[in-house]
Design a protein around this ligand. Structure first.
Ligand code: NAI
Length: 427
């Protein structure tokens, strides 16, 4: 049994928190044409009637519109955070006011509270899970296997969650179907690239009040997120250096015109370091030892293990908060290394962080919504394991967005369809 209380029981002034949360959600909703269209459909058709949805997501205004949409579709929803620092308490309180939603998300929760809140969500006995990082799926499989029989399926939002799910699937340990929402073009090509790039750079600039121009910005990992961070940093007149472990990605970065080098070399010249690998120990003791005075260290990957803070604390002779969201570690020789947002994903965990731009999340959560609908309507088609999202669902979201933006596009003629589908046409 989860003992963690809903957010409304934890705040002193719940009424004002709710009002502020609704104000933030109203702004987000105004810029989410996809979610508005889906919400209208869900209100009319109630496709999720009778479902119980357990969610662990970054609870802020855009996610709140997804949570609300699922509830408006007829589901009973319980939600908590997927990172101790990314929750907006006012938004969480606004959600908790909805008759079909209980929100346990609270910013700054400690480790024990974080997992207790997941237990409280699981008390709902979810038929559908929606995760960002796979913590809900893990808790159900490890601690509540008796619930699996009644789970129809799940949806996973991020790369790290999909990696963990695939590892679980390969071990034969994943006992219900989960859509890899992260892997769809409508999510990954926009959210991971543009969303992470724009919001990470904006958050770092706002948190530090420092400029990008002329700085050496080291981007750890040149995957979808790394590409976005590198491109946007170059657009702000920074010199971009990329570190990679995958030869084709390293070559892509080289051909894009960035400097590519091992982290051991980059550590000596970088002014700002942003990790986007989804891996651990990308920046460690040997790197801290050669860094310049005043460097900024930030992580945009899912977990707070990319910059090794234990190594940094071991090397430090003094520590202090240099600014809100900036923790300074002073080395024996007087150099100061600054970690932003405790090394947690910077665009969501820094004190002023707002997460991805609204339009980007409109797309990601549009895909989430139709995936939940698909699981409810056709769950029996999917065996236990990780599933690609059906292409027509992804295209449905793209078409809603193009329509909302007033963009028209061509379609194939019958002759062109026949030509594209034939192997007999040659020279
Ligand atoms: P990806 O798999 O496309 O890219 C990761 C890249 O890092 C790969 O090219 C890999 O070769 C490289 N890499 C791995 N270990 C490395 C090391 N030690 N040094 C240098 N490079 C290394 O994954 P994607 O989609 O870019 O996601 C990366 C991380 O960002 C994941 O943890 C994901 O969950 C997270 N994410 C964060 C978002 C945010 O809002 N901050 C949004 C979306 C994803």
């Amino acid at each position: 049994m989860g003992t963690y209380p809903p957010i409304s029981e934890q705040l002193d002034d719940v009424e004002s928190a709710r009002a502020e949360g609704h104000r933030k959600m109203d702004w987000a909703r105004q810029h989410m044409p996809i979610m508005t269209t889906i919400q209208e459909e869900f209100v009319a058709d109630k496709p999720l009637e009778g479902q119980r949805i357990g969610m662990a997501m970054h609870v802020e205004a855009k996610t709140a519109v997804l949570v609300e949409t699922l509830a408006e579709g007829g589901a009973e929803v319980a939600v908590t955070g997927c990172n101790p620092l990314s929750t907006h308490d006012d938004v969480s309180a606004a959600l908790d006011e909805h008759p079909n939603i209980t929100s346990y998300a609270k910013r700054g929760v400690d480790d024990e509270g974080y997992y207790e809140a997941i237990e409280s969500v699981i008390d709902l006995e979810p038929t559908i899970t929606v995760d960002d990082g796979m913590d809900m799926v893990a808790a159900i499989h490890e601690d509540h296997p008796e619930l699996i029989e009644t789970v129809v399926g799940g949806c996973e939002e991020t790369t790290t969650g999909v990696h963990r799910l695939r590892a679980m699937d390969e071990d034969g340990a994943l006992d219900y179907p989960v859509f890899a929402v992260n892997d769809t073009p409508m999510k990954r090509l926009f959210d991971n690239v543009h969303g992470t790039g724009e919001s990470s750079l904006a958050t770092i600039a706002m948190t530090t009040n420092l400029s990008w121009a002329g700085k050496n910005v080291v981007v750890g990992g040149y995957g979808y997120c790394g590409k976005g961070v590198a491109k946007k940093a170059a657009g702000q007149n920074a010199n971009v250096i990329v570190t990679e472990v995958e030869p084709r990605r390293a070559l892509e970065a080289h051909m894009e015109g960035y400097d590519v080098m091992p982290m051991a070399e980059a550590a000596e010249v970088g002014d700002v370091f942003i990790t986007t690998t989804g891996n651990r120990d990308v920046i460690t003791k040997e790197h801290f030892e050669v860094m310049k005075d005043g460097v900024l260290l930030a992580n945009a990957g899912h977990f707070d293990v990319e910059v090794n803070l234990n190594d940094l604390a071991d090397l430090a002779v003094a520590e202090r908060d240099a600014r809100d969201g900036v923790h300074e570690y002073e080395m024996e020789d007087g150099r100061r290394l600054n970690v932003i947002a405790e090394g947690r994903l910077v665009n969501l965990a820094a004190p002023i962080a707002l997460g991805h731009p609204v339009e980007v999340m409109d797309q990601s959560f549009g895909v989430q919504s139709v995936c939940v609908r698909e699981m409810v309507e056709n769950g029996e088609k999917y065996d236990a394991g990780v599933h690609e999202v059906p292409d027509e669902l992804d295209k449905e979201i793209a078409e809603i967005k193009l329509d909302a933006d007033g963009v028209e596009f061509d379609s194939l003629s019958d002759d062109q369809k026949e030509y594209m589908g034939s192997w007999q046409h040659g020279t």
